[in-house]
Design a binder for this molecule. Structure first.
Ligand SMILES: [Zn+2]
Length: 564
Protein backbone atom coordinates (compact mmCIF):
# COMPACT_ATOMS: atom_id res chain seq x y z
CA UNK A 1 0.00 0.00 0.00
CA UNK A 2 1.50 3.35 -0.99
CA UNK A 3 1.10 6.69 0.73
CA UNK A 4 -1.72 7.68 -1.53
CA UNK A 5 -3.60 4.60 -0.58
CA UNK A 6 -3.09 5.29 3.08
CA UNK A 7 -4.34 8.82 2.70
CA UNK A 8 -7.29 7.78 0.62
CA UNK A 9 -8.26 5.18 3.10
CA UNK A 10 -7.96 7.65 5.92
CA UNK A 11 -10.20 10.09 4.11
CA UNK A 12 -12.71 7.45 3.19
CA UNK A 13 -12.86 6.25 6.74
CA UNK A 14 -13.37 9.79 7.92
CA UNK A 15 -16.51 9.94 5.83
CA UNK A 16 -17.83 6.68 7.16
CA UNK A 17 -16.84 7.36 10.72
CA UNK A 18 -18.23 10.85 10.59
CA UNK A 19 -21.61 9.24 10.88
CA UNK A 20 -20.30 7.32 13.87
CA UNK A 21 -19.18 10.39 15.68
CA UNK A 22 -15.64 11.13 14.51
CA UNK A 23 -16.38 14.60 15.79
CA UNK A 24 -15.92 13.62 19.38
CA UNK A 25 -18.23 10.71 20.15
CA UNK A 26 -16.20 7.53 19.74
CA UNK A 27 -18.52 4.82 18.73
CA UNK A 28 -18.55 1.27 17.46
CA UNK A 29 -21.62 -0.03 15.66
CA UNK A 30 -23.23 -2.77 17.72
CA UNK A 31 -23.94 -5.64 15.41
CA UNK A 32 -24.35 -8.61 17.73
CA UNK A 33 -24.19 -12.05 16.13
CA UNK A 34 -27.03 -13.24 18.30
CA UNK A 35 -30.48 -11.73 17.94
CA UNK A 36 -32.30 -10.47 21.03
CA UNK A 37 -35.24 -12.49 22.23
CA UNK A 38 -38.78 -11.51 23.11
CA UNK A 39 -40.41 -12.22 26.48
CA UNK A 40 -41.79 -15.68 26.97
CA UNK A 41 -45.31 -15.91 25.66
CA UNK A 42 -47.63 -16.03 28.63
CA UNK A 43 -51.38 -16.43 28.72
CA UNK A 44 -51.57 -12.94 30.23
CA UNK A 45 -49.77 -11.14 27.39
CA UNK A 46 -51.46 -13.24 24.71
CA UNK A 47 -54.85 -12.17 26.04
CA UNK A 48 -53.72 -8.56 26.25
CA UNK A 49 -51.99 -8.38 22.87
CA UNK A 50 -53.96 -10.49 20.41
CA UNK A 51 -56.84 -9.25 18.29
CA UNK A 52 -59.27 -12.13 18.74
CA UNK A 53 -62.93 -12.18 17.70
CA UNK A 54 -63.89 -11.22 21.28
CA UNK A 55 -62.28 -7.86 20.61
CA UNK A 56 -62.78 -7.27 16.90
CA UNK A 57 -66.56 -7.70 17.32
CA UNK A 58 -66.97 -4.20 18.78
CA UNK A 59 -65.72 -0.64 18.46
CA UNK A 60 -65.62 1.56 21.60
CA UNK A 61 -66.90 5.09 21.08
CA UNK A 62 -67.04 6.37 24.67
CA UNK A 63 -65.47 5.62 28.05
CA UNK A 64 -66.91 7.10 31.22
CA UNK A 65 -64.42 6.58 34.03
CA UNK A 66 -65.45 7.31 37.62
CA UNK A 67 -62.75 6.69 40.15
CA UNK A 68 -61.98 7.46 43.79
CA UNK A 69 -58.41 7.55 45.03
CA UNK A 70 -57.46 6.85 48.64
CA UNK A 71 -53.79 7.89 48.88
CA UNK A 72 -53.28 6.60 52.42
CA UNK A 73 -54.15 3.06 51.39
CA UNK A 74 -52.78 3.27 47.82
CA UNK A 75 -56.24 2.13 46.86
CA UNK A 76 -58.63 2.97 44.03
CA UNK A 77 -62.28 2.10 43.42
CA UNK A 78 -64.64 3.02 40.66
CA UNK A 79 -67.00 2.29 37.84
CA UNK A 80 -66.28 2.48 34.13
CA UNK A 81 -69.06 2.60 31.54
CA UNK A 82 -67.87 1.47 28.12
CA UNK A 83 -70.14 2.40 25.21
CA UNK A 84 -69.55 0.63 21.93
CA UNK A 85 -70.96 -0.38 18.58
CA UNK A 86 -71.10 -4.02 17.44
CA UNK A 87 -69.07 -4.68 14.29
CA UNK A 88 -70.30 -8.27 13.97
CA UNK A 89 -72.92 -10.43 15.70
CA UNK A 90 -71.68 -11.66 19.08
CA UNK A 91 -72.81 -12.70 22.54
CA UNK A 92 -69.46 -12.70 24.40
CA UNK A 93 -66.82 -9.99 24.40
CA UNK A 94 -63.50 -9.30 26.11
CA UNK A 95 -62.79 -6.39 28.45
CA UNK A 96 -59.40 -6.18 30.17
CA UNK A 97 -58.56 -5.54 33.80
CA UNK A 98 -55.38 -6.70 35.53
CA UNK A 99 -56.07 -9.72 37.67
CA UNK A 100 -54.94 -8.07 40.92
CA UNK A 101 -57.94 -5.73 40.65
CA UNK A 102 -61.26 -6.92 42.11
CA UNK A 103 -64.38 -6.92 39.95
CA UNK A 104 -67.45 -6.10 42.02
CA UNK A 105 -70.17 -6.06 39.40
CA UNK A 106 -70.73 -6.00 35.65
CA UNK A 107 -74.02 -4.87 34.14
CA UNK A 108 -75.64 -3.65 30.96
CA UNK A 109 -78.89 -1.65 30.80
CA UNK A 110 -79.49 -2.38 34.49
CA UNK A 111 -79.08 -6.13 34.04
CA UNK A 112 -76.32 -7.99 35.84
CA UNK A 113 -74.03 -9.85 33.43
CA UNK A 114 -72.19 -13.12 33.87
CA UNK A 115 -68.51 -13.31 33.09
CA UNK A 116 -65.51 -15.57 33.32
CA UNK A 117 -62.04 -14.34 34.11
CA UNK A 118 -58.76 -15.51 32.62
CA UNK A 119 -55.66 -13.65 33.76
CA UNK A 120 -56.29 -10.00 32.84
CA UNK A 121 -59.27 -10.69 30.58
CA UNK A 122 -62.96 -10.59 31.44
CA UNK A 123 -65.11 -12.59 29.02
CA UNK A 124 -68.50 -11.01 29.45
CA UNK A 125 -71.66 -12.75 28.28
CA UNK A 126 -74.40 -10.49 26.97
CA UNK A 127 -78.04 -11.41 27.80
CA UNK A 128 -78.78 -11.88 24.08
CA UNK A 129 -76.86 -11.76 20.82
CA UNK A 130 -75.82 -8.23 19.92
CA UNK A 131 -76.23 -7.66 16.20
CA UNK A 132 -73.73 -5.86 13.97
CA UNK A 133 -74.49 -2.14 13.99
CA UNK A 134 -76.20 -2.12 17.41
CA UNK A 135 -74.85 0.08 20.19
CA UNK A 136 -74.58 -1.06 23.79
CA UNK A 137 -72.99 -0.14 27.14
CA UNK A 138 -71.30 -2.21 29.78
CA UNK A 139 -70.61 -0.91 33.30
CA UNK A 140 -67.81 -2.50 35.34
CA UNK A 141 -67.51 -1.68 39.06
CA UNK A 142 -64.12 -2.54 40.52
CA UNK A 143 -61.54 -1.75 43.19
CA UNK A 144 -58.09 -2.67 44.40
CA UNK A 145 -54.48 -1.67 44.79
CA UNK A 146 -53.10 -1.11 41.29
CA UNK A 147 -49.56 -2.27 40.53
CA UNK A 148 -46.99 0.26 41.74
CA UNK A 149 -44.42 1.36 39.16
CA UNK A 150 -40.90 -0.03 39.61
CA UNK A 151 -39.13 2.36 37.29
CA UNK A 152 -41.63 4.86 35.94
CA UNK A 153 -42.38 5.76 33.27
CA UNK A 154 -40.80 2.75 31.49
CA UNK A 155 -41.60 0.07 34.03
CA UNK A 156 -44.99 1.49 34.72
CA UNK A 157 -47.86 1.53 37.16
CA UNK A 158 -49.06 3.87 39.89
CA UNK A 159 -46.57 6.23 41.48
CA UNK A 160 -47.40 7.12 45.08
CA UNK A 161 -45.08 9.85 46.26
CA UNK A 162 -45.12 12.76 48.67
CA UNK A 163 -44.09 16.28 47.73
CA UNK A 164 -41.63 18.33 49.82
CA UNK A 165 -44.47 19.52 52.04
CA UNK A 166 -45.56 15.96 52.78
CA UNK A 167 -48.68 16.06 50.58
CA UNK A 168 -49.63 13.07 48.41
CA UNK A 169 -48.29 13.38 44.86
CA UNK A 170 -49.65 10.65 42.60
CA UNK A 171 -49.47 9.68 38.97
CA UNK A 172 -49.77 6.70 36.66
CA UNK A 173 -47.81 5.68 33.54
CA UNK A 174 -48.64 2.49 31.63
CA UNK A 175 -47.32 2.71 28.05
CA UNK A 176 -45.74 -0.75 28.33
CA UNK A 177 -48.35 -2.36 30.58
CA UNK A 178 -51.58 -1.01 29.14
CA UNK A 179 -54.56 0.89 30.55
CA UNK A 180 -56.12 -2.24 32.10
CA UNK A 181 -53.45 -1.96 34.79
CA UNK A 182 -55.82 0.51 36.48
CA UNK A 183 -59.16 0.74 34.65
CA UNK A 184 -61.40 -1.77 32.83
CA UNK A 185 -60.97 -1.12 29.12
CA UNK A 186 -60.64 -2.66 25.70
CA UNK A 187 -56.91 -2.50 26.15
CA UNK A 188 -55.57 -2.66 22.62
CA UNK A 189 -53.86 0.03 20.57
CA UNK A 190 -56.13 -0.50 17.57
CA UNK A 191 -59.29 0.92 19.18
CA UNK A 192 -59.65 4.43 20.57
CA UNK A 193 -62.79 5.84 22.16
CA UNK A 194 -63.97 8.91 20.24
CA UNK A 195 -64.44 10.83 23.49
CA UNK A 196 -63.87 10.13 27.18
CA UNK A 197 -65.08 11.45 30.53
CA UNK A 198 -63.01 10.95 33.64
CA UNK A 199 -64.28 11.89 37.07
CA UNK A 200 -61.81 11.66 39.95
CA UNK A 201 -62.58 11.96 43.65
CA UNK A 202 -59.73 12.73 46.04
CA UNK A 203 -59.23 14.02 49.63
CA UNK A 204 -60.47 17.59 49.74
CA UNK A 205 -57.22 19.54 49.89
CA UNK A 206 -55.83 17.83 46.78
CA UNK A 207 -56.33 18.57 43.07
CA UNK A 208 -56.98 15.82 40.50
CA UNK A 209 -55.88 16.54 36.94
CA UNK A 210 -56.58 14.51 33.81
CA UNK A 211 -56.55 14.89 30.04
CA UNK A 212 -58.81 17.37 28.29
CA UNK A 213 -60.86 20.15 29.84
CA UNK A 214 -62.05 20.52 33.45
CA UNK A 215 -65.86 20.58 33.16
CA UNK A 216 -66.83 20.96 36.81
CA UNK A 217 -65.93 20.21 40.40
CA UNK A 218 -68.01 19.34 43.45
CA UNK A 219 -67.22 18.88 47.13
CA UNK A 220 -68.39 17.07 50.22
CA UNK A 221 -67.10 17.62 53.74
CA UNK A 222 -63.86 15.78 53.14
CA UNK A 223 -63.66 15.00 49.42
CA UNK A 224 -63.47 16.87 46.15
CA UNK A 225 -64.48 15.57 42.71
CA UNK A 226 -63.02 16.76 39.39
CA UNK A 227 -64.77 16.01 36.09
CA UNK A 228 -62.56 16.12 32.99
CA UNK A 229 -63.73 15.72 29.41
CA UNK A 230 -61.63 14.60 26.44
CA UNK A 231 -63.43 15.56 23.23
CA UNK A 232 -61.10 13.75 20.81
CA UNK A 233 -60.06 10.12 20.26
CA UNK A 234 -57.34 9.07 22.69
CA UNK A 235 -55.26 5.92 22.90
CA UNK A 236 -55.81 4.01 26.13
CA UNK A 237 -52.36 4.34 27.67
CA UNK A 238 -52.64 8.12 27.31
CA UNK A 239 -55.68 8.33 29.60
CA UNK A 240 -54.17 9.39 32.89
CA UNK A 241 -54.49 11.16 36.21
CA UNK A 242 -52.33 13.24 38.49
CA UNK A 243 -53.17 14.01 42.11
CA UNK A 244 -51.33 16.60 44.18
CA UNK A 245 -51.37 19.93 45.91
CA UNK A 246 -51.26 21.57 42.49
CA UNK A 247 -51.52 25.20 41.49
CA UNK A 248 -52.70 26.29 38.08
CA UNK A 249 -50.63 28.39 35.67
CA UNK A 250 -52.92 29.72 32.99
CA UNK A 251 -51.40 30.78 29.70
CA UNK A 252 -52.33 30.62 26.04
CA UNK A 253 -50.74 29.71 22.74
CA UNK A 254 -51.69 31.49 19.52
CA UNK A 255 -51.33 29.07 16.63
CA UNK A 256 -48.90 30.08 13.91
CA UNK A 257 -50.78 28.11 11.24
CA UNK A 258 -54.42 28.87 12.08
CA UNK A 259 -56.37 31.68 13.77
CA UNK A 260 -57.03 29.53 16.81
CA UNK A 261 -55.73 30.02 20.34
CA UNK A 262 -55.11 27.04 22.60
CA UNK A 263 -55.53 27.32 26.37
CA UNK A 264 -52.47 26.23 28.31
CA UNK A 265 -53.37 25.12 31.85
CA UNK A 266 -50.23 23.84 33.53
CA UNK A 267 -50.44 22.29 37.00
CA UNK A 268 -47.40 22.43 39.26
CA UNK A 269 -46.45 22.04 42.90
CA UNK A 270 -46.81 25.36 44.75
CA UNK A 271 -43.12 25.77 45.59
CA UNK A 272 -42.21 25.48 41.89
CA UNK A 273 -44.84 27.91 40.66
CA UNK A 274 -42.60 30.86 39.73
CA UNK A 275 -39.89 28.63 38.28
CA UNK A 276 -42.42 26.72 36.19
CA UNK A 277 -44.15 29.85 34.93
CA UNK A 278 -40.89 30.96 33.33
CA UNK A 279 -39.58 27.54 32.33
CA UNK A 280 -42.77 26.41 30.58
CA UNK A 281 -42.71 29.42 28.22
CA UNK A 282 -40.52 27.36 25.89
CA UNK A 283 -43.32 24.94 25.05
CA UNK A 284 -44.87 27.62 22.84
CA UNK A 285 -41.72 27.64 20.68
CA UNK A 286 -41.85 23.85 20.44
CA UNK A 287 -45.53 23.88 19.49
CA UNK A 288 -44.95 26.56 16.85
CA UNK A 289 -42.12 24.49 15.34
CA UNK A 290 -44.17 21.27 15.25
CA UNK A 291 -47.17 23.11 13.80
CA UNK A 292 -44.97 24.49 11.02
CA UNK A 293 -43.52 21.06 10.28
CA UNK A 294 -46.52 18.76 10.77
CA UNK A 295 -49.70 20.85 10.81
CA UNK A 296 -51.89 22.44 13.49
CA UNK A 297 -51.85 21.24 17.11
CA UNK A 298 -54.28 18.30 17.01
CA UNK A 299 -56.20 18.88 20.30
CA UNK A 300 -57.00 22.59 20.23
CA UNK A 301 -60.47 22.20 21.87
CA UNK A 302 -58.96 20.21 24.75
CA UNK A 303 -56.15 22.69 25.39
CA UNK A 304 -52.64 21.70 26.40
CA UNK A 305 -50.97 21.33 29.76
CA UNK A 306 -47.77 20.26 31.40
CA UNK A 307 -48.41 18.59 34.73
CA UNK A 308 -45.66 18.22 37.33
CA UNK A 309 -45.34 14.46 37.68
CA UNK A 310 -43.58 12.19 40.19
CA UNK A 311 -41.64 10.59 37.28
CA UNK A 312 -39.60 11.96 34.35
CA UNK A 313 -42.23 12.33 31.65
CA UNK A 314 -44.92 10.79 29.48
CA UNK A 315 -46.83 11.93 26.44
CA UNK A 316 -50.32 11.83 28.01
CA UNK A 317 -52.48 13.55 25.42
CA UNK A 318 -53.15 17.22 26.26
CA UNK A 319 -51.82 16.56 29.81
CA UNK A 320 -48.14 15.86 29.44
CA UNK A 321 -46.25 14.54 32.45
CA UNK A 322 -43.30 16.75 33.32
CA UNK A 323 -40.72 15.68 35.90
CA UNK A 324 -37.38 16.90 34.63
CA UNK A 325 -36.46 19.37 37.39
CA UNK A 326 -36.95 22.61 35.43
CA UNK A 327 -33.61 22.54 33.65
CA UNK A 328 -32.68 23.16 30.04
CA UNK A 329 -30.62 20.02 29.74
CA UNK A 330 -29.52 20.44 26.13
CA UNK A 331 -26.77 23.07 25.98
CA UNK A 332 -28.93 25.32 28.09
CA UNK A 333 -31.18 25.72 25.05
CA UNK A 334 -34.23 23.60 25.83
CA UNK A 335 -35.71 21.06 28.21
CA UNK A 336 -35.46 17.65 26.56
CA UNK A 337 -38.59 16.28 28.25
CA UNK A 338 -40.80 19.18 27.15
CA UNK A 339 -39.47 18.99 23.59
CA UNK A 340 -39.78 15.20 23.30
CA UNK A 341 -43.14 14.69 25.00
CA UNK A 342 -44.73 17.61 23.13
CA UNK A 343 -43.62 16.04 19.82
CA UNK A 344 -45.76 13.04 20.76
CA UNK A 345 -48.92 15.13 20.39
CA UNK A 346 -48.24 14.80 16.65
CA UNK A 347 -46.42 11.44 16.72
CA UNK A 348 -48.08 8.81 18.88
CA UNK A 349 -51.16 10.70 19.99
CA UNK A 350 -52.39 12.07 16.64
CA UNK A 351 -50.83 9.30 14.50
CA UNK A 352 -50.91 6.13 16.59
CA UNK A 353 -49.38 2.72 15.99
CA UNK A 354 -52.09 0.05 15.73
CA UNK A 355 -49.87 -2.30 17.73
CA UNK A 356 -46.93 -1.54 20.04
CA UNK A 357 -44.77 -3.45 17.52
CA UNK A 358 -44.78 -0.25 15.44
CA UNK A 359 -44.15 2.17 18.31
CA UNK A 360 -41.16 3.62 16.42
CA UNK A 361 -43.90 5.78 14.81
CA UNK A 362 -44.22 7.31 18.29
CA UNK A 363 -40.66 7.19 19.59
CA UNK A 364 -38.52 7.30 16.44
CA UNK A 365 -40.48 10.23 15.04
CA UNK A 366 -40.48 12.08 18.40
CA UNK A 367 -36.71 11.51 18.72
CA UNK A 368 -36.15 12.77 15.19
CA UNK A 369 -38.26 15.85 16.04
CA UNK A 370 -35.66 16.71 18.70
CA UNK A 371 -32.90 16.76 16.08
CA UNK A 372 -35.05 18.78 13.67
CA UNK A 373 -35.70 21.35 16.39
CA UNK A 374 -31.96 21.56 17.04
CA UNK A 375 -31.41 22.12 13.31
CA UNK A 376 -34.02 24.91 13.34
CA UNK A 377 -32.30 26.80 16.15
CA UNK A 378 -28.61 25.90 15.70
CA UNK A 379 -28.11 24.76 12.10
CA UNK A 380 -27.31 21.58 10.22
CA UNK A 381 -23.97 20.78 11.87
CA UNK A 382 -25.57 20.80 15.32
CA UNK A 383 -28.37 18.63 13.93
CA UNK A 384 -25.70 16.13 12.81
CA UNK A 385 -24.03 16.26 16.21
CA UNK A 386 -27.38 15.56 17.83
CA UNK A 387 -27.87 12.60 15.48
CA UNK A 388 -24.41 11.21 16.38
CA UNK A 389 -25.39 11.36 20.01
CA UNK A 390 -28.59 9.44 19.29
CA UNK A 391 -26.58 6.71 17.53
CA UNK A 392 -24.57 5.71 20.55
CA UNK A 393 -27.34 3.63 22.11
CA UNK A 394 -28.39 1.68 18.99
CA UNK A 395 -28.20 -2.04 19.77
CA UNK A 396 -29.37 -3.80 16.57
CA UNK A 397 -30.60 -6.72 18.68
CA UNK A 398 -34.16 -6.76 17.39
CA UNK A 399 -35.79 -5.24 14.30
CA UNK A 400 -37.21 -1.77 14.86
CA UNK A 401 -40.66 -3.10 13.97
CA UNK A 402 -41.04 -5.63 16.74
CA UNK A 403 -42.95 -8.85 16.73
CA UNK A 404 -46.65 -8.08 16.42
CA UNK A 405 -49.42 -8.94 18.90
CA UNK A 406 -47.16 -9.48 21.93
CA UNK A 407 -47.31 -5.95 23.42
CA UNK A 408 -43.54 -5.66 23.61
CA UNK A 409 -42.09 -2.36 24.79
CA UNK A 410 -38.83 -2.68 26.68
CA UNK A 411 -36.74 0.28 27.78
CA UNK A 412 -33.65 -1.94 27.85
CA UNK A 413 -33.72 -1.90 24.02
CA UNK A 414 -34.35 1.65 22.88
CA UNK A 415 -33.82 1.12 19.14
CA UNK A 416 -37.33 2.35 18.42
CA UNK A 417 -36.01 5.75 19.62
CA UNK A 418 -32.46 6.17 18.28
CA UNK A 419 -32.53 3.80 15.33
CA UNK A 420 -36.05 4.95 14.46
CA UNK A 421 -34.76 8.51 14.33
CA UNK A 422 -31.76 7.40 12.24
CA UNK A 423 -34.06 5.67 9.76
CA UNK A 424 -35.73 9.02 9.10
CA UNK A 425 -32.35 10.78 8.87
CA UNK A 426 -31.03 8.14 6.45
CA UNK A 427 -34.20 8.33 4.37
CA UNK A 428 -33.75 12.10 4.18
CA UNK A 429 -30.14 11.87 3.01
CA UNK A 430 -30.92 9.02 0.61
CA UNK A 431 -33.79 10.96 -0.97
CA UNK A 432 -31.61 14.07 -1.11
CA UNK A 433 -34.69 16.25 -1.57
CA UNK A 434 -35.62 18.05 1.65
CA UNK A 435 -38.82 19.65 0.42
CA UNK A 436 -40.18 16.27 -0.68
CA UNK A 437 -38.98 14.55 2.48
CA UNK A 438 -40.68 17.09 4.77
CA UNK A 439 -43.79 17.07 2.62
CA UNK A 440 -43.95 13.29 3.20
CA UNK A 441 -43.69 13.71 6.99
CA UNK A 442 -46.40 16.39 7.06
CA UNK A 443 -48.70 14.46 4.74
CA UNK A 444 -48.22 11.30 6.78
CA UNK A 445 -49.26 13.16 9.93
CA UNK A 446 -52.25 14.95 8.43
CA UNK A 447 -53.61 11.98 6.48
CA UNK A 448 -53.40 9.73 9.54
CA UNK A 449 -54.59 12.18 12.19
CA UNK A 450 -56.64 10.26 14.82
CA UNK A 451 -55.90 6.95 13.11
CA UNK A 452 -54.16 3.79 14.23
CA UNK A 453 -51.81 2.53 11.56
CA UNK A 454 -48.89 0.20 10.84
CA UNK A 455 -45.50 1.12 9.35
CA UNK A 456 -46.67 -0.06 5.92
CA UNK A 457 -48.85 3.07 5.65
CA UNK A 458 -45.69 5.18 5.89
CA UNK A 459 -43.79 3.02 3.38
CA UNK A 460 -46.67 3.22 0.87
CA UNK A 461 -46.70 7.01 1.21
CA UNK A 462 -42.91 7.25 0.66
CA UNK A 463 -43.22 5.07 -2.47
CA UNK A 464 -46.17 7.06 -3.82
CA UNK A 465 -44.71 10.50 -3.13
CA UNK A 466 -41.25 9.71 -4.50
CA UNK A 467 -42.52 7.58 -7.39
CA UNK A 468 -39.80 5.09 -6.42
CA UNK A 469 -39.80 1.75 -4.65
CA UNK A 470 -38.21 2.14 -1.21
CA UNK A 471 -39.16 -1.32 0.03
CA UNK A 472 -35.48 -2.37 -0.06
CA UNK A 473 -34.72 0.45 2.38
CA UNK A 474 -37.47 -0.30 4.90
CA UNK A 475 -37.03 -4.08 4.63
CA UNK A 476 -33.45 -3.61 5.80
CA UNK A 477 -33.90 -0.95 8.44
CA UNK A 478 -37.36 -1.66 9.86
CA UNK A 479 -37.83 -5.40 9.58
CA UNK A 480 -34.26 -6.73 9.89
CA UNK A 481 -32.11 -6.10 12.89
CA UNK A 482 -28.53 -6.03 11.58
CA UNK A 483 -26.93 -2.80 10.43
CA UNK A 484 -25.58 -2.81 6.87
CA UNK A 485 -21.80 -2.91 6.81
CA UNK A 486 -19.65 -1.57 3.96
CA UNK A 487 -16.67 -3.84 3.40
CA UNK A 488 -13.83 -2.30 1.43
CA UNK A 489 -10.15 -2.56 0.72
CA UNK A 490 -7.82 -1.47 -2.06
CA UNK A 491 -5.13 -2.68 -4.25
CA UNK A 492 -3.19 -0.90 -6.97
CA UNK A 493 -5.14 2.37 -6.65
CA UNK A 494 -8.42 0.54 -6.95
CA UNK A 495 -11.05 0.58 -4.24
CA UNK A 496 -12.99 -2.68 -3.84
CA UNK A 497 -16.26 -2.59 -1.95
CA UNK A 498 -19.54 -4.41 -1.24
CA UNK A 499 -22.43 -4.43 1.25
CA UNK A 500 -22.52 -7.03 3.96
CA UNK A 501 -25.49 -7.92 6.21
CA UNK A 502 -27.91 -6.76 3.53
CA UNK A 503 -30.36 -8.22 1.05
CA UNK A 504 -29.43 -8.35 -2.62
CA UNK A 505 -31.81 -5.51 -3.44
CA UNK A 506 -30.21 -3.13 -0.90
CA UNK A 507 -28.91 -0.19 -2.95
CA UNK A 508 -28.07 2.57 -0.48
CA UNK A 509 -25.54 4.87 -2.16
CA UNK A 510 -22.46 6.00 -0.23
CA UNK A 511 -20.64 9.28 -0.75
CA UNK A 512 -16.90 9.31 -0.29
CA UNK A 513 -14.56 12.25 -0.45
CA UNK A 514 -11.23 11.82 -2.14
CA UNK A 515 -9.15 14.91 -1.64
CA UNK A 516 -11.56 17.66 -2.70
CA UNK A 517 -13.82 15.50 -4.84
CA UNK A 518 -17.01 13.78 -3.74
CA UNK A 519 -17.67 10.45 -5.42
CA UNK A 520 -20.87 8.44 -5.05
CA UNK A 521 -20.54 4.68 -4.81
CA UNK A 522 -23.45 2.35 -5.49
CA UNK A 523 -22.48 -0.75 -3.55
CA UNK A 524 -24.47 -3.97 -3.69
CA UNK A 525 -23.77 -7.35 -2.18
CA UNK A 526 -21.59 -8.08 -5.23
CA UNK A 527 -17.95 -6.98 -5.20
CA UNK A 528 -17.27 -3.88 -7.26
CA UNK A 529 -14.13 -1.87 -7.92
CA UNK A 530 -13.49 1.75 -8.78
CA UNK A 531 -10.21 3.12 -10.11
CA UNK A 532 -9.30 6.16 -8.04
CA UNK A 533 -5.81 6.77 -9.41
CA UNK A 534 -6.90 10.05 -11.06
CA UNK A 535 -9.33 11.11 -8.40
CA UNK A 536 -7.03 13.18 -6.23
CA UNK A 537 -5.47 16.56 -6.79
CA UNK A 538 -3.55 17.30 -3.62
CA UNK A 539 -2.17 14.55 -1.47
CA UNK A 540 -2.05 14.66 2.26
CA UNK A 541 -1.82 12.12 5.01
CA UNK A 542 -3.02 13.55 8.28
CA UNK A 543 -4.72 10.76 10.04
CA UNK A 544 -2.86 7.77 11.31
CA UNK A 545 -5.61 7.41 13.84
CA UNK A 546 -8.15 6.45 11.23
CA UNK A 547 -5.78 4.28 9.27
CA UNK A 548 -7.46 1.05 8.36
CA UNK A 549 -4.53 -1.26 9.11
CA UNK A 550 -2.72 -3.51 6.70
CA UNK A 551 -3.81 -6.66 8.49
CA UNK A 552 -7.47 -6.02 7.89
CA UNK A 553 -6.83 -4.93 4.32
CA UNK A 554 -4.87 -8.13 3.71
CA UNK A 555 -7.65 -10.20 5.16
CA UNK A 556 -10.22 -8.56 2.88
CA UNK A 557 -7.88 -8.81 -0.13
CA UNK A 558 -8.00 -12.55 0.46
CA UNK A 559 -11.74 -12.60 1.06
CA UNK A 560 -12.37 -10.56 -2.07
CA UNK A 561 -10.09 -12.94 -3.94
CA UNK A 562 -7.82 -10.14 -5.22
CA UNK A 563 -4.53 -12.00 -4.84
CA UNK A 564 -4.81 -14.18 -7.87
ZN1 LIG B 1 -41.35 9.19 23.83
Amino acid sequence: MNNFNKALLAILLLIILSSCGALGVHFNVHNPKKAGTYPKETKQNKLLAETTRYRTCFDVFHNDINIEIVPKQKFISGKVIISAKALSNFDTLQIDLYKNMIVKNIESAGQKLNYTREEGALFIKMPATIKAGETFSIAVSYEGKPIAAKRPPWDGGFVWKKDKNGNPWIGVACESEGSSLWWPSKDHMNDEADSTDITITVPKKLVAVSNGVLKDTSSTADKKTFHWHISYPINNYNVTLYVGDFELIHDSYASTVSWKTTHLNHYVLPYNYEKAKLHFQQVKKHMAFYEKMFGAYPWQRDGFKLVESPYAGMEHQSAIAYGNGYKNDYQNLFDYIILHETAHEWWGNSVTAADLSDAWIHEGFASYCEALFVESISGYQEYLNYMYWQRVGILNKRPVVRQREIRYFDYHDGDIYGKGSWILHTLRTTMSNDSLFFDILKTFRIENNQKQIFSETFIDLVNTKTGKDYNWFFKQYLYQREAPFLEFCWKNDKLYFRWKNTNEDFVLPIKIKVSDKTITLYPTTKLQAIDLSNAYSNFYDNSNELYFGTEKNKKLEAEFNLNK
